[in-house]
Design a binder for this molecule. Structure first.
Ligand code: SF4
Length: 315
């Protein structure tokens, strides 16, 4: 690889997130003006992602990338005050067990998951959602994940980018929560009950809650994902996700922090990241963090004293 090619690869790798931030508003404008989404988004983004993820490329750019500003490491769940014991540290340990697929022995699930992914990505069971969606949002993470987060449905950002929880609540709450647990998105799996963005009335923007019937139609896909990935623990994000997965209408006040069961898999309900984004008090953040401490204990993960103290009031 000559210097020019190497520089181009560096820009592609380092500037991926920034490029997406630039492209997203343009895609949104195109979608609004055409009332139909561009159809090449998934393929294009997957190609970009594969460039970013190629180990050979990463290794080659390391020596020269130090001169380029890289995206910041995951920060703690946002807090209004900056007391030392409130902030989860960015993970630094290299002694944690990795849960990435390369460390796992395939028990035959990989081809099955590939087949499932193809089927989900081409699903046309809901004609109204097929005509309004940009793409199906399959899910992201390790096929061997021990922990799976389940949300309700893709929003506008997720619909455009083809990945769950990439909007503000995903980036500013869920990603930081995952980092505080000393995982990455590659270690766990994140999926939604509904794989297509709920359609909005003409002329309206924003996102709407999926209807029970829509979730029931799509639920078999999530069930298959769970059956193949075999997580040891499920975490549902928000009441709608529980309703979609278990078919029970609940209030978060009643179920949050209590273990439920999904076909023998322990299920921890916690608040949706968007709720935390709207209610950024230490008390609400602590509730979610206590749920995650229970999850970590259930998974047998070591928990430091510092982790146990996140979001507690200062002594
Ligand atoms: S919401 Fe689910 S069932 Fe409906 S079209 Fe999308 S993938 Fe298929």
């Amino acid at each position: 690889m000559n210097n020019r090619e190497r520089d181009q690869v560096t820009v592609r790798e380092v500037g991926f997130e920034e490029a997406l931030d630039t492209v997203m508003p343009i895609l949104r404008d195109i979608k609004k003006s055409l009332r139909r989404a561009p159809k090449a988004t998934r393929t294009s983004l997957e190609q970009l992602t594969s460039v970013k993820a190629t180990p050979k490329v990463t290794a080659e750019i390391t020596p020269i990338s130090s001169s380029v500003k890289k995206p910041a490491a995951p920060a703690p769940i946002p807090t209004r005050s900056a007391a030392p014991n409130e902030k989860p540290a960015t993970p630094t340990s290299t002694t944690r067990a990795s849960h990435s697929s390369k460390d796992q022995v395939d028990d035959g699930r990989l081809p099955k998951l590939e087949e499932l992914k193809k089927n989900i990505l081409t699903c046309t069971r809901c004609p109204n959602l097929v005509s309004s969606r940009t793409q199906v949002v399959y899910g992201v993470g390790s096929p061997f994940a021990e922990l799976m987060f389940v949300g309700e449905a893709p929003g506008e950002e997720e619909d455009l980018r083809g990945e769950p929880f990439v909007g503000r609540s995903g980036r500013e709450v869920l990603d930081k929560m995952i980092a505080a647990m000393e995982y990455t998105r590659n270690d766990i799996f994140i999926a939604n009950v509904l794989k297509c963005r709920p359609d909005m009335p003409e002329g309206e923007s924003g996102n709407r809650k999926p209807k029970p019937a829509e979730m029931a139609t799509c639920l078999p896909w999530l069930r298959e994902q769970i059956a193949l990935i075999k997580p040891k623990v499920l975490v549902t994000l928000g009441a709608t996700a529980i309703e979609g997965l278990l078919g029970e209408s609940v209030t978060m006040r009643d179920v949050r922090g209590k273990w439920l069961d999904y076909n023998g898999v322990p299920l921890m309900p916690t608040y949706h990241p968007a709720y935390i984004l709207r209610n950024q008090t230490m008390a609400e953040k602590r509730k979610v963090w206590e749920d995650m401490l229970l999850v970590m204990e259930k998974l047998g993960r070591p928990i430091s004293a510092k982790q146990r103290s996140y979001f507690l009031p200062k002594a």
